[in-house]
Design a protein. Structure first.
Length: 393
């Protein structure tokens, strides 16, 4: 049965569309949220973002939206019609996220109710926005909150699942907040709106989706690092006792490696990608192999230095979890895993033991989502789909 006949016969199911906007590609997924608790992925498409030798933020946004335009158009041409909901995941640098702790202590007992909670949380979100704007003082663009999650609430020193309307003296709320540029959000909405008009598009960060899904899949691991290496940015999140404690980013990702090889080999971006693939498959000539490996060694050290620096800032004198879950394009998994495992890195870190690295491939989430025949098993699609089905629908 072809894809068009599928949509004609299944249109009554709960259909949602998800757009996954990263820094190396843009994906689009059509999902059916089944009653059995397992999302069914009907259609996927992914378009690369044109990689240029020099990164210009304005041009980068233009190229990203061009890729989104292609994805939106391809989904529309499947003949689905209007979906029930539209979601959009944002990876770095399209959002900034932070875990923050709100504390309130009084000498006399007080009632913790929803009005007080909302007031404290809104103040914290406003403070986060102010801090962001102060850090990037040259920007004229407004920022808007796109995501808020209450991670943990403690009353009088004890974590509670139902904290409202209790009399207390001490309050501590741990929250996760994401903000994004109003300009970026409007550009995304305009692109999607060309074919799918929706008054509200629900945005959330890929960071939180990955954390929530990994935490559930690997429930036996309370402490871990979650690393997402995108095209332009590496995100590192530290989880302790199943709580997202800290996150930090640095602007070196997969594209840093490709640009570095292109510069060393005096080649174009596309030629550099081909050379890296040839090396990986063992098909590069001896002279080329030596030169590419020398370039990669230098790039690995530069990336590793930033990685070490980030972990030193995120650890705050506490031990760094030894288990790492890593999300990255498959072609460069070995490169970055080797960098993380090097003895040079381990001797400078406060790790609990030797690193154990798990690559978040599609196989990791087997059975947590189903696919129509011949649909690509996209790991980001699976993470977003599971998160939506469990936490956001």
């Amino acid at each position: 049965m072809g894809i068009f006949s599928y949509f004609k016969t299944k249109i009554k199911e709960k259909i949602v569309i998800v757009f996954d906007i990263g820094s190396s590609s843009v994906g689009g997924f059509v999902l059916s949220l089944g009653k059995n608790g397992i999302p069914k992925i009907i259609f996927t498409v992914r378009e690369p973002i044109t990689l240029e030798m020099t990164l210009n933020p304005e041009q980068f946004l233009i190229l990203t939206i061009k890729s989104l335009d292609l994805v939106v158009d391809k989904i529309f041409k499947q003949g689905l019609g209007a979906p029930e909901k539209i979601f959009c995941t944002l990876a770095s640098p399209w959002h900034v996220s932070e875990t923050r702790t709100i504390k309130l202590e009084k000498n006399e007992p007080f009632i913790f109710n929803s009005k007080l909670a909302d007031s404290l949380i809104q103040k914290e979100i406003a403070l986060f926005e102010e801090e962001y704007l102060a850090k990037y003082a040259n920007t004229e663009d407004r920022v808007l909150p796109i995501e808020f999650k209450n991670i943990k609430t403690m009353l009088n020193g004890y974590e509670v699942s139902e904290p409202l309307n209790q009399k207390i003296k001490e309050l501590e709320i741990t929250i996760f907040i994401s903000i994004s540029s109003e300009k970026v959000l409007n550009k995304i909405k305009e692109s999607i709106g060309k074919h799918f008009y929706f008054k509200e598009i629900r945005f959330f960060s890929f960071l939180f989706a990955a954390f929530a899904v990994v935490r559930d899949v690997y429930s036996h691991t309370e402490d871990f690092l979650l690393i997402d290496i995108g095209g332009e940015v590496t995100d590192i999140s530290m989880v302790k006792k199943n709580t997202l404690r800290e996150s930090i980013s640095f602007p070196l990702g997969v594209n840093f490696i490709i640009r570095g090889v292109a510069s060393a080999m005096i080649s174009s971006i596309e030629e550099a990608k081909s050379l890296i693939s040839l090396l990986k498959d063992g098909h590069a000539g001896d002279a080329e192999t030596k030169k590419i490996e020398e370039a990669l060694d230098g790039l690995r050290i530069k990336w590793l230095n930033k990685f070490q620096e980030s972990l030193a800032n995120i650890s705050n004198d506490i031990s760094i979890p030894s288990t790492i879950y890593i999300s990255i394009e498959k072609d460069l998994v070995d490169f970055f895993c080797y960098a993380i495992k090097t003895e040079q890195f381990n001797q400078f870190s406060f790790t609990e033991s030797k690193f154990e690295i798990v690559f978040l491939s599609g196989e990791v989430f087997h059975g947590m989502a189903t696919f129509e025949a011949n649909v690509v098993r996209d790991p980001n699609c699976m993470i977003a789909s599971i998160c939506i089905n469990r936490f956001l629908k």
